[in-house]
Design a binder for this molecule. Structure first.
Ligand code: ADP
Length: 136
């Protein structure tokens, strides 16, 4: 049983994320903390000049609301985090900072059955200091 579980969710594949959220309940010790995390890709400066102002902030806000709705629907008490950055770096950084003892991550995006591991999942498995459960 784990005390602090991190569930990184790719908002392009929310159904997979929701399934992992429910799974987190089974792996958590009594009173365990579950953290839902999405990493929003940063926009490089050269591209940002052509985009509407505040686009990234809006995206963070909308994502936070979506994660909160997922947490509420699960019926469990959860923490919600939205960060801007690179997915795997940020997942590892949050895991370290929050003293996570289990990362529960999907193996790859749905439909890519031939892949052993997606690029984010592979890097998280390779570099995490805690246990990682890869969900197929
Ligand atoms: P693929 O390379 O097939 O897209 P990934 O390794 O990127 O596969 O995705 C597998 C899992 O990694 C996702 O289901 C999710 O759990 C996590 N993940 C990927 N991108 C993000 C992201 N931007 N924020 C949070 N989690 C992510």
């Amino acid at each position: 049983m784990y005390k602090t579980i991190l569930v990184p969710i790719d908002m392009a594949h929310v159904a997979k994320g929701k399934a992992n959220v429910n799974l987190a309940a089974s792996y958590g010790a009594q009173g365990a903390k579950v953290i839902l995390l999405n990493v929003v890709d940063d926009i490089p400066n050269w591209a940002a000049v052509d985009l509407p102002e505040g686009l990234l902030d809006k995206s963070v806000k909308a994502t936070k609301a979506e994660l909160k709705a997922i947490a509420k629907a699960s019926g469990m008490e959860m923490e919600v985090e939205v960060r801007i950055g690179h997915s795997y770096d940020t997942i590892l950084e949050v895991a370290k900072k929050k003293k996570v003892d289990l990362i529960l991550i999907a193996s790859h995006r749905p439909g890519f059955q031939d892949y052993f591991l997606g690029s984010t999942a592979a890097k998280v498995v390779r570099h995490a200091n805690c246990s990682v459960l890869v969900v197929r």
